[in-house]
Design a protein around this ligand. Structure first.
Ligand code: ATP
Ligand code: MG
Ligand code: MG
Length: 350
């Protein structure tokens, strides 16, 4: 037995809760909003803001170990929970690094995992000079709080830098060179409390409008590219002394070389296929790692594709997909919204 606390109430928290339940563990969700899709499948919940110190202490008392499913939790909140005597995995270093794109890129550089060339942007006047240095085409990204392509603006030398600055909300940013990649892949790596590492196979990921559309296995890249990618994931997890599942998003260039896009210190949308193609999916694997269990097998048994179900229009297709032999998974979020991640569907090829 045992009680796991999860900060965040979205679909990742929901799927972590379901995995924990299968392992005989109870979950307490900590989330600011009532009726979160994660709390509806967990044993207990605390509804409070992420920086509410008293609520965090109460949460710590209820839990044997705490993890998170959402990247924009203040890193200081993890410290409050730890100070109250409950361990938190992954540790706050990984969270603090990944939630600021500038820190993240500087860290990746420091461990020789090359990100796309980038420049720090503190105001609209920084944009054009940086864009010229970066080759004339770029993506301006808010340093904090972006996801699903939000807080980003694509630009070239004919763009209005003021408009781009306004589009991202006039906040500290980074400008990245636009990368004409051949494809995108991600590395899904798990690391246990005692430093054991397990890698899932590397999915190939298709995005549209900055939001993940599908992940396909096997990826259409060479074994060598997969090996190099895996080594980068391993190095990242080791450098952070990481515990849990982590995803590293990579661009594959025409010559097969790799550039890092970003990493996520949590279970990841590009890993949703693992639940149906492996004995042990990423959610169960993450719970094992944070609880101090040994990691489980990551071998992939089938070729598989995961499609995201975005918005009510995609969700409406679940029955067609079910008839086609797919496994649609619906998150039961309250309130739809065009383009919102409301479910996903796994389909075995062979
Ligand atoms: P999430 O956290 O949901 O993955 P995000 O909002 O952090 O998304 P990014 O991962 O930075 O967004 O970018 C989303 C997608 O936009 C990438 O997967 C890629 O397809 C495209 N993209 C991002 N940066 C670049 C770039 N420098 N050059 C070309 N395409 C890019
Ligand atoms: Mg991101
Ligand atoms: Mg991304």
């Amino acid at each position: 037995g045992g009680v796991i606390g999860i900060l965040g109430g979205g679909q990742l928290g929901r799927m972590l809760s379901l995995a924990a339940a299968r392992m005989g563990l109870d979950v307490v969700i900590f989330n600011p909003k009532i009726d979160s899709c994660a709390a509806r499948v967990s044993a207990d919940e605390i509804i409070a803001e992420y920086d509410d110190v008293d609520a965090l202490k109460e949460f710590a008392q209820k839990c044997d170990v705490v993890t998170f499913e959402f990247e924009n939790i203040p890193a200081a909140s993890l410290d409050v929970i730890e100070a109250a005597g409950t361990p938190v995995y992954p540790r706050s270093n990984a969270l603090g690094c990944s939630q600021d794109r500038l820190k993240e890129k500087e860290f990746l550089n420091s461990i020789d995992i090359n990100p796309a060339p980038f420049a720090r942007i503190d105001g609209p006047e920084d944009i054009l000079p940086a864009l010229e240095k970066l080759g004339g085409k770029g993506v301006l990204k808010a340093r904090r709080e972006g996801y699903d392509g939000k807080g980003q603006a694509r630009l070239d030398l004919s763009s209005d830098p003021i408009a781009a600055w306004e589009k991202i909300g006039k906040v500290p940013a980074v400008l990245e060179a636009f990368i004409s990649f051949e494809r995108e892949i991600s590395v899904l790596v798990a690391r246990s409390r005692d430093g054991q590492i397990a890698l899932y196979d590397t999915p190939e990921n298709d995005h549209a409008g900055g939001i993940l559309k599908s992940s396909t296995l096997p990826a259409n890249v060479s074994e060598q590219t997969k090996e190099v990618a895996g080594d980068l994931g391993r190095k990242l997890a080791q450098s952070l002394d990481y515990v849990g599942v982590l995803a590293l998003e990579l661009f594959v260039l025409k010559d097969g070389s790799l550039l890092a896009n970003e990493f996520a210190p949590r279970v990841h949308n590009t890993g949703h296929w693992t639940e149906d193609a492996c004995l042990l999916g990423q959610f169960e694997q993450h719970i094992r790692a944070v609880c101090g269990w040994p990691l489980g097998p990551t071998q992939r048994f089938v070729d598989i594709r995961m499609d995201n179900l975005l918005g009510d229009s995609d969700i409406a297709l679940w029955e067609t997909r079910a008839k086609d032999g797919e496994a649609p998974r619906i998150y039961a979020k309250r309130g739809g919204g065009e383009g919102r991640k409301l479910g996903h569907s796994n389909k075995v090829w062979r």
